[in-house]
Design a protein around this ligand. Structure first.
Ligand SMILES: Cc1cc2nc3c(=O)[nH]c(=O)nc-3n(C[C@H](O)[C@H](O)[C@H](O)COP(=O)(O)OP(=O)(O)OC[C@H]3O[C@@H](n4cnc5c(N)ncnc54)[C@H](O)[C@@H]3O)c2cc1C
Length: 423
């Protein structure tokens, strides 16, 4: 990176798969200057070995992911406003003085879009060409010479490959530590395929050697020409770990607008990772980054969701409440805690006129009035009444209420809380 010209980008994007490319393209179209950083020699490198026809992407049935990836890459590379850095895996990612520093490059916002990597425990995955993971198996499965193949895993990837390899004349064994987790259509085909040896719900081998020998308690020593370890995926962690190392503890793989840090695509551990969701995620991230950059331009500091909440805590007074005889005799002491969410807005109002902001004195008075106006039998009803009343306040998008009966029992307090609206 030392050869790079030092300059500040609006956004640095680490990872140029569909998510990173989509975000880069959108940010550039929104007028921002983007650094798109990819450790591989090509953009969308993760797709280049997938030359089988895919059916997931609406409007692109039958097209291969490698062809789609090449098109995304060509478009982004030609996009004004996007500077592409290939063969580059940042060695340092740090936040200092309100900017992100990636080796010699600086940016106002950072987007991590580094995708997933296959999960493979070290004991089952010696470095050699006989032991494959999901990526190398997909790239090489048509060239493997027929022979005994062991697939470790019970999800879509393992079952689909078992069916594919059996069809091509391999002696396939599929071995899963749990019951089959693949789609029902795959499992049905698997269970009717006499060519495949099935080992569901069986503890996995304790070791796999580079020559293809496998040891397990259940089957002793065995030998396979190839072993494929298909135990799922996990987020590529390097960039995220570096970016968050110096920050307060953050929830893994979630956006942190306070630190101008965003994630998109498979790395954000989404429900269904695929090209379509990654592209969409890139757009959403770009729009969120755009909002942040627009805030910078107005001189505002980034805030977490820019959400403002009024808290009233420990408000104590007497209320006519309860169904027990002694509760009907007169008011009893209660304590109310309330939060009123005012949603996304400037953290400091530019207008000093109190009439333009919600007055917390009003919230306090509403709580007292609602609780003392008449007798309420049930605590639940009182909590619901407070939520409904406070939600009617101008600007309120969410309300949380907790009402505590302080003296109902000598040895404990009783409280009920409720939440309504958006949080
Ligand atoms: C075997 C297989 C088959 C699939 N089949 C389909 C299908 O048919 N249809 C479909 O829609 N989806 C399919 N998918 C899923 C699809 O490929 C992914 O969901 C999609 O590529 C995710 O895009 P992404 O941008 O989030 O991540 P990726 O495409 O993984 O891109 C992440 C990029 O970040 C780079 N990177 C990682 N770490 C760093 C770093 N530290 N510094 C710099 N760069 C870094 C990587 O090199 C990579 O280019 C398949 C996936 C697999 C594994």
């Amino acid at each position: 990176m030392s050869a790079l010209e030092a300059s500040t980008f609006d956004c640095a994007i680490v990872g140029a798969g569909p998510a990173g490319c989509s975000a880069a393209s959108w940010l550039a179209q929104l007028g921002h200057k983007v650094a798109l950083i990819e450790r591989a020699p090509r953009l969308c490198a993760g797709l280049e070995d997938f030359d089988f026809p895919q059916s997931w992407l609406l409007g692109a049935r039958g097209e291969s992911l490698s062809a789609l990836g090449a098109r995304y890459a060509a478009q982004v590379e030609a996009q004004a406003g996007v500077q592409v850095f290939k063969n580059l895996q940042p060695a340092t990612i740090e936040r200092q003085d309100g900017l992100w520093h990636l080796d010699g490059l600086t940016a106002r916002a950072l987007l991590i879009a580094t995708g997933l990597r296959p999960r493979h425990p070290a004991a089952l995955f010696p470095a050699c060409d006989k032991v494959l993971d999901a990526l190398t198996l997909t790239a090489r499965r048509e060239q493997l010479l027929p022979g005994p193949v062991l697939l470790l895993g019970g999800g879509d990837n393992a079952v689909e490959n078992a069916l594919f390899l059996a069809e091509r004349g391999h002696q396939v064994t599929i071995w899963s530590r749990s019951a089959w987790r693949a789609q029902a259509q795959f499992v049905k085909r698997l269970e009717h395929d006499a060519r495949i040896e099935r080992r569901p719900a069986t503890p996995l081998p304790s070791s796999v050697q580079a020559d293809g020998s496998v040891h397990s308690q259940a089957y002793g020593d065995e030998h396979f020409d190839y072993v494929a370890v298909l135990l799922g995926y996990e987020p590529n962690p390097e960039a995220w770990s570096m970016a968050t190392a110096g920050l307060p503890p953050l929830q893994a793989f979630a956006d942190e607008p306070r630190h101008a840090l965003f994630v998109a695509g498979d790395v954000s551990s989404r429900q269904h990772p695929c090209v379509q969701t990654a592209l969409a995620d890139g757009v959403v991230a770009a729009k969120r980054i755009e909002a942040l950059l627009a805030g910078f331009a107005r001189g505002e500091l980034p805030q977490h969701h820019r959400q403002q909440v009024i808290h009233i805590t420990g408000l104590r007074f007497g209320a006519n409440l309860g169904i027990l005889d002694f509760e009907r005799e007169g008011p009893q002491p209660i304590q109310v805690d309330a939060e009123v969410n005012l949603g996304a807005q400037a953290m400091v109002s530019s207008d000093s006129d109190i009439g333009h902001v919600l007055d917390y004195r009003r919230i306090r008075q509403i709580i007292i009035d609602e609780c003392t106006a008449s007798h309420t039998d049930l605590l639940e009803a009182l909590v619901a009444k407070l939520c409904t009343r406070l939600m009617k306040l101008p600007g309120a998008v969410g309300v949380r209420i907790k009402v505590n009966k302080l003296e109902i029992f000598p040895d404990c307090q009783v409280a009920i809380s409720a939440e309504t609206g958006n949080w």
